[in-house]
Design a protein around this ligand. Structure first.
Ligand code: FES
Length: 85
């Protein structure tokens, strides 16, 4: 079992630029990041905004040195597969 500590919270707004939720797809990858396809506004727990466009990989393992984004470090030692029941 993998436990990941989240030090800061993030929120994602799906209404930026008039986009509807159907314009954004979020995929939890096996043993890797959360992929967000679509233009989003990502905001950290201190209110700092990260503008993203297209595809964004968000770190899920806690090992990235470029949080909240994935930098590929998960490939060394992160195992977690999430399934919807
Ligand atoms: S998920 Fe890729 S570095 Fe954390």
């Amino acid at each position: 079992m993998v436990h990941t500590k989240i030090k800061r919270s993030f929120s994602v707004q799906f209404s930026k630029g008039g986009e509807s939720m159907s314009d954004v797809k979020i995929t939890v990858t096996d043993n890797g990041p959360v992929l967000v396809k679509g233009d989003i506004e990502l905001v950290d727990g201190e209110g700092k905004k990260y503008e993203t466009k297209g595809m964004t990989a968000l770190c899920r393992c806690g090992l990235s040195s470029n949080k909240p984004f994935c930098d590929g470090t998960h490939s060394s030692d992160f195992k977690s597969c999430v399934r919807v029941d």
